[in-house]
Design a protein around this ligand. Structure first.
Ligand code: NAD
Length: 480
C-alpha cells in the first residue's frame, strides 16, 4: 500500500519513528494509503532545514521568488485533473467540485501571491523638518502552517503562498484526514525548483505534529485554520511564547432572507450555501432565517429541491452530494440530528445515513437535512455541526433578523438576500461577522480581508493583509 512521505530539506523521506497510520477513502470506507506518524523530532529536522534555507530565500530578489512560485502554479494547472482525482478520493467530495473549485483555487492562490509580492509596498512618515521615518517589511523566519480537511489543497496553499512569497521558510502540516494532495504538491515543488528546505511538509496527528509546531521555539509565526477548540489550544501554547498568530476558526453562519429578495436566485444560491461540499465549508449558511411573508413558499421550494439532490459516488459527474470526510465525523453529524429531535426540532427532509450499492456500500454518505421548529438558543442552533444540516427559523422585522443573526458566539460570515439597498447597507454595518455577502455567496476576490470575529478567529488573511502578517514591520527614523 502506498506510503505518503514527509517533505523535509527538499527530500521525500519517511518519519523518523518509521511509524505510519491509515488513510481512508470516505466514499468506500476503506484504507487506501499510509500516513507518516511524525513527531517533534520530525518538526525539529524541518526547522533545521528551514534555518539552512532562510538566508538564501529571504534575500532572494522578489522577482526570482515570484518566478519559482509562478512555475509551481503552472505545474498545478498542468496536473489539475490528477490533483482533482486525488482530492476527491481523499476527501469524499464530488470530483466535479474538486475540478471546478478546489484545484483551480489552489493554483490561483499561488499565482495571486506570486504577483502580489511584487506590488507590496511599505509606508514612510515625514515629520516635516525634523525627521523622516520609513517602514521596512522583512520576512520573519520560520512559519508554521496548520490546515484542515474540508478544502485540503485550497486552504493549504492559501497559507503557504503568502508566507513563501514574503520570504519566509514554511513548515506546513496538512490535516491527517486529507494529506494526499499536499504530498503531491511536495513533488511539484521540487519540479518547480523551490530551493531545498524553503517549504517542508510534515504529516501526522494534530496532537503530535501540530503541538510540536505550536511548541517549537524556532517557529515564530503560526497560521492556523481549523476548529475553535483547536485554535484555543494552539493559542494557549503559542501566546506565552509571543508567537505571531493568525487563527481562522469555526462558524455558525446566518443566511438571512427578506421577503423582497429575488426568490429564484436566492433559492439557487441557498442550495449551494447549505449543501456544497456536504455542508463542510466554514462559510456555509447553516442557520437559514426567513422573513415570515415567504417562509412557507421558501420551505416548500427548498425541501423539494433538496430531495432532488443526487447522493452518490463522488467520481460520478451527476453526483451533487458526495461522502462526508470520516466515519467519526458522520457519527458526529448524525448525533446532532438526534439532538435536534430531542430539542423539539422537526425534520423536514433527510436526517439519515445513506447506504449505496457496489463499491460505495461502506462509504460515509448522509442525506442533506433540513430542520425547523427550533429556537436560536438551543445547541443545534448554537454549535457548529459542519455537515449537510441546516435549520429554518422565521422572523418578522429587520431588528429581529439582526438579533437572531448575531446571537451566537461565532462571527465568520453572513449572507443577506434583499432588494432594498438601504437595508442591505444597514444590515451589513450591524452584522457581527468578518464577511457579509449580499445577494450572493462565496464570491471571492483574493485581495479582500478574509477572517472572522468573536470565536471565529483572530486576524485576517488575503491580499496585502496576509503579506503584512507574514512580515515584520521595522521603523527606520532618520534625523534631518
Ligand atoms: P481541527 O481543528 O480538528 O484540525 C485542523 C488542523 O489542526 C489539522 O491539521 C489538525 O491535525 C490540527 N490539530 C489538531 N489538534 C491540534 C493541536 N492540539 N495542535 C495543533 N494542531 C492541531 O479542524 P478540522 O476538523 O480539520 O476542520 C474543521 C474546522 O475547521 C471547522 O470548525 C471549520 O469551521 C474550520 N474551518 C475554518 C475555516 C476558516 O477560514 N475560518 C476554513 C475551513 C475550516
Amino acid at each position: 500500500m502506498e506510503k505518503i512521505q514527509n517533505y523535509i530539506g527538499g527530500k521525500l523521506i519517511p518519519p523518523i519513528s518509521g511509524a505510519y497510520f491509515d488513510n481512508y477513502e470516505p466514499a468506500k470506507g476503506k484504507v487506501y494509503s499510509q500516513i507518516p506518524d511524525s513527531e517533534y523530532s520530525d518538526i525539529d529536522l524541518a526547522v533545521k532545514a528551514s534555518q539552512k534555507a532562510f538566508p538564501i530565500w529571504s534575500i532572494m530578489e522578489k522577482q526570482k521568488r515570484s518566478d519559482i512560485l509562478l512555475k509551481l502554479a503552472d505545474l498545478i494547472l498542468k496536473n489539475a485533473d490528477q490533483l482533482a482525482l486525488e482530492e476527491s478520493r481523499d476527501n469524499g467530495k464530488p470530483l466535479k467540485l474538486a475540478k471546478q473549485v478546489d484545484i483551480p483555487r489552489a493554483e490561483s492562490n499561488i499565482r495571486f501571491f506570486a504577483s502580489a509580492i511584487l506590488h507590496f509596498a511599505s509606508e514612510s512618515h515625514s515629520m516635516e523638518n525634523t525627521a523622516i521615518n520609513y517602514t521596512l517589511r522583512q520576512p520573519i523566519g520560520i512559519v508554521g502552517a496548520i490546515s484542515p480537511w474540508n478544502l485540503p489543497l485550497y486552504l493549504f496553499t492559501w497559507k503557504i503562498a503568502p508566507a513563501l512569497a514574503a520570504g519566509n521558510c514554511v513548515i506546513a502540516k496538512p490535516s491527517e484526514i486529507t494529506p494526499y494532495t499536499a504530498y503531491s504538491l511536495s513533488k511539484l515543488c521540487k519540479e518547480a525548483g523551490l530551493p531545498d528546505g524553503v517549504l517542508n511538509i510534515v504529516h501526522g496527528h494534530g496532537s503530535k505534529v501540530g503541538e510540536a509546531i505550536s511548541k517549537h521555539p524556532e517557529i515564530k509565526v503560526i497560521s492556523f485554520t481549523g476548529g475553535t477548540q483547536t485554535g484555543a489550544r494552539i493559542a494557549s501554547i503559542a501566546a506565552p511564547m509571543f508567537k505571531k498568530l493568525s487563527l481562522e476558526l469555526g462558524g455558525k453562519n446566518p443566511n438571512i432572507i427578506f421577503d423582497d429578495c429575488d426568490f429564484d436566485e436566492m433559492l439557487k444560491v441557498t442550495m449551494r450555501s447549505s449543501f456544497a461540499n456536504q455542508g463542510q465549508i466554514c462559510l456555509c449558511g447553516s442557520r437559514i432565517l426567513i422573513q415570515k411573508g415567504i417562509y412557507e413558499a421558501f420551505k416548500k421550494a427548498f425541501v423539494e429541491r433538496t430531495k432532488q439532490l443526487r447522493i452518490g459516488d463522488p467520481m460520478n459527474e451527476k453526483t451533487n452530494i458526495g461522502a462526508v470526510v470520516s466515519e467519526i465525523h458522520m457519527n458526529k453529524i448524525l448525533s446532532y440530528v438526534e439532538l435536534a429531535k430531542e430539542e423539539g426540532g422537526k425534520i423536514l427532509s433527510g436526517g439519515n445515513r445513506v447506504i449505496l450499492e457496489g463499491e460505495n456500500k461502506n462509504g460515509w454518505f448522509l442525506e442533506p437535512t433540513i430542520i425547523e421548529g427550533l429556537d436560536n438558543s438551543c445547541r443545534t442552533n448554537q454549535e457548529e455541526i459542519f455537515g449537510p444540516v441546516v435549520t429554518l427559523q422565521s422572523f418578522e422585522t429587520e431588528a429581529e433578523a439582526l438579533s437572531l443573526a448575531n446571537g451566537t458566539e461565532y462571527g465568520l460570515s453572513s449572507t443577506l438576500w434583499t432588494s432594498d439597498l438601504k437595508r442591505a447597507h444597514r444590515m451589513a454595518q450591524n452584522l457581527h461577522s468578518g464577511i457579509v455577502w449580499i445577494n450572493c455567496w462565496l464570491v471571492r476576490d483574493l485581495r479582500t480581508p478574509f477572517g472572522g470575529t468573536k470565536n471565529s478567529g483572530v486576524g485576517r488573511e488575503g491580499g496585502f493583509e496576509a503579506l503584512q502578517f507574514f512580515t515584520e514591520a521595522k521603523n527606520v527614523c532618520i534625523y534631518l
